[in-house]
Design a protein around this ligand. Structure first.
Ligand SMILES: Nc1ncnc2c1ncn2[C@@H]1O[C@H](COP(=O)(O)OP(=O)(O)OP(=O)(O)O)[C@@H](O)[C@H]1O
Length: 471
């Protein structure tokens, strides 16, 4: 609603004010004309119109409240049309023959909304009728009075014509004023909503007086818990220290809380309880006390659901930073993106269908996202399933690069492919929001716990005779 209004509300508010001013000036001059017949005449006209005007304002207000009530419904319809039209849904929309269903749903919802709107408008208009009749009665009475005066020779025929015109004009101007008043109020309500939105508390904020970034990048979690809004905890009482420069693999079943832990480290959310500290000793600082942009500038990541910017490959890597040829070359080689480049697909090829550009395969996009993270050259590297879309050869090559890249940086690797865990100094096993095992690959295998089970399960899948999956 705010986005839609932004293109026209500010200008419309201004023109509404101008129209309202014009209505006031016109109404005052017409009322002055009527004074010629009698000082009480404009007063009677206004008194006869007031109930109608107040009803009209109510009617316009009703339109606004219906608009607000139906915003969620309008959003549903918008979403349905996005699903029907956007590229990322197209394969499944076609395969499952979704288009007629989407169309039906959108039509049903739009019709329901329009039916409510029509019924409310009809009721509102009918409610105006008695007030309309009252004002006509007053105007008619005045007209009869002026005609009687003319017959008695107290006013001329010209005055009768003047009064008839003035009565109609005054009615029109006052009605216009009521309409402008209501429309103006709607614009102001929109501004009030915009203001509330812009000043809404929530989300993470950078502190007003940030503390300096500690030189040592050790990360400590102290009794950290976190729950998404209205959800059960995704992390529960996690306590952990990751010394600067360590490479840590985080494994565990779906929904265990691995990505949530990463989101907290990037400060997309703050812990619901406990705290995250950066540095060691006296310099140790709560993550919430650091400048947000400064902290994030020191972190590079390849996300599970990395962004596919529909720009050139080069722009996808630089993301607005100045180009450093040596770094760019290292990022292209290190990510395996060099294998994606051809005579016709260079770093300056535009990607994405929106602009008629070329498209990449899932794995090629992933290499591009990796090149972006490598180019950033941060002191913390986060890899959340960074090779999920890569073929085995590319995966092996990219892991070779990661191992080299991880040297000297704190690296967190979230993965389900346990083979890739071997590059890590340490493995954390998560389950139901908690860290249930913590140690080196060898130590965890020797322990014979969850990690050893997962390892054995995955190893069996590569054997010639895998065990049957239990029913
Ligand atoms: N944005 C969100 N809003 C609400 N709940 C969420 C959100 N993101 C994740 N969750 C929930 O939080 C829990 C932990 O999810 P998380 O994504 O951290 O798991 P994960 O270990 O990374 O899983 P996977 O291996 O499937 O990627 C899950 O129960 C999930 O449903």
């Amino acid at each position: 609603m705010l986005q839609d209004g932004a293109s026209h509300r500010p200008l419309n508010l201004l023109s509404t004010l101008v129209y309202a001013l014009r209505n006031v000036v016109a109404a005052v001059s017409v009322a002055a004309t009527l004074l010629l017949v009698g000082w009480w005449v404009p007063l009677v006209v206004v008194a006869g119109l007031l109930p109608l005007l107040s009803r009209q304002m109510q009617f316009y207000r009703l339109g606004w409240s219906l608009f607000i009530q139906n915003t969620p419904e309008a959003r549903e319809v918008n979403y349905l049309s996005r699903v029907a039209l956007r590229h990322e849904y197209a394969k499944e929309v076609r395969l499952y023959g979704l288009a007629p269903h989407l169309q039906r749903e959108a039509l049903t919802r739009t019709r329901a909304y329009q039916d409510t709107l029509r019924a409310q408008r009809t009721r509102g208009l009918l409610a105006l009728l008695p007030f309309e009749a009252l004002s006509l009665l007053v105007t008619g009475g005045l007209f009869a009075f002026v005609v009687a005066q003319a017959q008695a020779g107290r006013v001329g025929a010209g005055s009768v014509a003047l009064v008839v015109t003035a009565l109609a004009a005054l009615r029109q101007e006052l009605s216009g004023l009521a309409e402008m008043g209501s429309i103006g109020t709607q614009h102001l309500s929109w501004f009030a909503k915009l203001d509330a939105f812009l000043n809404a508390p929530g989300g993470v904020q950078s502190p007003a007086q940030p503390r300096p970034l500690p030189a040592d990048g050790t990360i400590t979690l102290e009794h950290v818990s976190f729950a998404y809004r209205d959800q059960p905890p995704a992390l529960q009482d996690v306590t952990l220290t990751i010394p600067a420069g360590q490479t840590v693999a985080i494994v565990g079943e779906n929904g265990a809380g691995k990505s949530t832990l990463i989101k907290l480290l990037l400060r997309y959310y703050d812990p619901t309880a406990g705290r995250i500290l950066i540095g060691t000793g006296a310099a140790q600082t709560d993550l919430r006390d650091l400048d947000l942009q400064m902290w994030r500038a020191g972190v590079a990541a390849v996300f599970q659901d990395f962004a596919r910017f529909e720009w050139t490959l080069r722009e996808n890597i630089l993301l607005g930073q100045a180009q450093d040829d040596a770094r760019l070359n290292a990022a292209v080689q290190g990510s395996g993106l060099n294998t994606v480049l051809t005579d016709t697909r260079t770093l300056d090829t535009r990607l994405g269908q929106a602009f008629g550009g070329a498209d990449l395969s899932g794995g090629q996009w992933q290499k591009l996202a990796t090149a972006r993270a490598l180019y950033k050259g941060a002191r913390v590297l986060i890899l959340d399933e960074p090779t999920a879309a890569l073929d085995p050869r590319s995966e092996a090559e990219v892991f070779g690069t990661f191992a080299a890249l991880a040297r000297g940086r704190t690296t967190l690797l979230v993965t389900h492919r346990l083979g890739s865990v071997l590059m890590a100094d340490r493995v954390l096993v998560m389950k139901a929001g908690q860290i249930i095992e913590d140690g080196t690959h060898a130590a965890l295998l020797a322990r014979g716990g969850e990690y050893a089970d997962l390892w054995a399960l995955q190893a069996r899948q590569y054997e010639d005779q895998p065990e049957p999956i239990p029913a």
